[in-house]
Structure formats: structure tokens, C-alpha cells
Design a protein around this ligand. Structure first.
Ligand code: SAH
Length: 225
């Protein structure tokens, strides 16, 4: 990529961050993280021009890189601290993991599509995000080896909150997940773990994510349980 287009990308990124701020994301840590991650490196080459539109974009395997505003909203909702260990379910392109990794200490991210997991792992390594760890597995089971997590974020919508994710949340931890009775339409839910087996739940409004497919998710793309 030429220096000229690099400068344009930086301008476009700055404009997008300013727009996201106007739309209500006030956390300086989240806005700074968005400034640090080159989103064009996470989208297919033919979509580089669209990298700084505030929209989801296709990344293959019927999956999408999340809309930047939604990534910012989820990161802000997690109330991340620089010392937090974070679990993300649904690595996809790795973009949200990189944004989280610019704020928190370590990010553990799980992706069920082998190819997406491998591409994201390689991309994050090349870009120097050494504190992101990618696992190819069913994320509805979490990643027990590194639990407990101070924050857990799920980038796909399930029928309810998977119990393994509640279990792997630290006391005082926050879990943000889209939950809905249909695979393609959800409410964004924040769960706080107050004490062992004591959770507070808030509904943050309607969202649309791709389906969470797995043991504690949907078992078929469009099947309603
Ligand atoms: N955070 C991603 C968004 C990816 S879209 C980004 O910024 O690019 C959601 C991803 O969740 C998809 O890649 C999909 O394959 C994955 N997914 C769906 N169900 C899953 C499961 N049970 N475990 C892990 N990943 C899952």
C-alpha cells in the first residue's frame, strides 16, 4: 500500500472514531484502542476502501467483521481495566480481539471455523498483538484453562447465556452477549457476577449478530429450539 493511501486510511480512521464518539461512546480507553487498530488489515483486500465505513463487512464462511460502533459499544459495556483477562467468543477476523487487546492485559479468543481462527491468529501475530491468544473450538464451552475472566464478550447471538461462560466469569466480572429466541435477532445482555451463583442481568437493547452455533448455542443455522 502506498504512503498516500496510508495517510488517507489514518484520516478515515480518525473520522470514524470521531463519529463513534458523537454517537455516544465516551470511554477514552475504547476510543484510543479504535485509533490503534488498522481495520483495513482485517477485511479482504477488495473491501479495503470500505474498511472505515461504520458497517459490518463479509469475511467469508457467511461470517462478518463486526460494525465498529458495535465493537466500541461492547468494549465500553465490558468496563475494561488494563489488568483484565478477557475471553472473546467469535474471533472472526480478529478485529474486535485486537481492539480489546489494546485496552486489557490478555485476550483469549475462540473461533469455531478453523480457517477463520488460523487466518486471525496469523494476522494478529503479524500486526504485533502478542497478548491475543486464538483457539479453534466451540466457544460456548468457554476456554476453561485460562479462567476466571474479568470480562467475557460473545460476538454471536445464542438462545441463552451459556452456563460455562457464567462459570468462567470472575466475581465482579462482566459478560456481554446477544441473546434471542430467533438466531438472527437478539437483545444485548450484560451479566455481572456478584458472588458465586449470584448474577445481575441488564438488557441493553436490540442488536443483530450472526448465530452462535455450538453445544450451548444454536445447533442449526436457522432452527429455532
Ligand atoms: N469479533 C469478530 C466478529 C465475528 S462474527 C470480528 O471482529 O471480526 C462472529 C463469529 O462467531 C463468526 O466468525 C462465527 O464463526 C463465530 N462463532 C459462532 N458460533 C461460535 C462458537 N460456538 N464458538 C466460537 N465461535 C463461534
Amino acid at each position: 500500500m502506498s504512503t498516500h493511501s496510508n495517510i488517507n486510511r489514518i484520516r478515515e480512521r480518525e473520522r470514524l472514531v470521531a463519529q463513534i464518539e458523537r454517537e455516544g461512546i465516551r470511554s477514552p480507553a475504547v476510543l484510543d484502542a479504535l485509533r490503534q487498530v488498522p481495520r483495513e488489515a482485517f477485511v479482504p483486500a477488495e473491501l479495503h476502501e470500505a474498511a472505515y465505513y461504520d458497517s459490518a463487512l463479509p469475511i467469508g464462511h457467511e461470517q462478518t467483521i463486526s460494525q465498529p460502533f458495535v465493537v466500541a459499544l461492547m468494549a465500553a459495556t465490558l468496563e475494561l481495566k488494563s489488568t483484565d483477562r478477557v475471553l472473546e467468543i467469535g474471533t472472526g477476523s480478529g478485529y474486535a480481539a485486537a481492539v480489546l487487546a489494546a485496552i486489557a492485559k490478555e485476550v483469549y479468543t475462540v473461533e469455531r471455523h478453523r480457517e477463520l481462527a488460523e487466518t486471525a491468529r496469523e494476522r494478529l501475530r503479524t500486526l504485533g498483538f502478542a497478548n491475543v491468544h486464538v483457539l479453534h473450538a466451540d466457544g460456548t464451552r468457554g476456554w476453561p484453562e485460562h479462567a476466571p475472566y474479568q470480562a467475557i464478550t460473545v460476538a454471536a447471538g445464542g438462545p441463552d447465556v451459556p452456563q460455562p461462560l457464567r462459570d468462567q466469569l470472575a466475581i465482579g466480572g462482566r459478560l456481554v452477549i446477544p441473546v434471542g429466541r430467533k438466531p438472527s435477532q437478539q437483545q444485548l445482555i450484560r451479566v455481572r457476577k456478584i458472588a458465586e451463583d449470584d448474577y445481575r442481568q441488564e438488557n441493553l437493547g436490540e442488536v443483530r449478530f450472526v448465530p452462535l452455533v455450538g453445544a450451548a448455542g444454536w445447533d442449526g443455522e436457522e432452527r429455532v429450539r
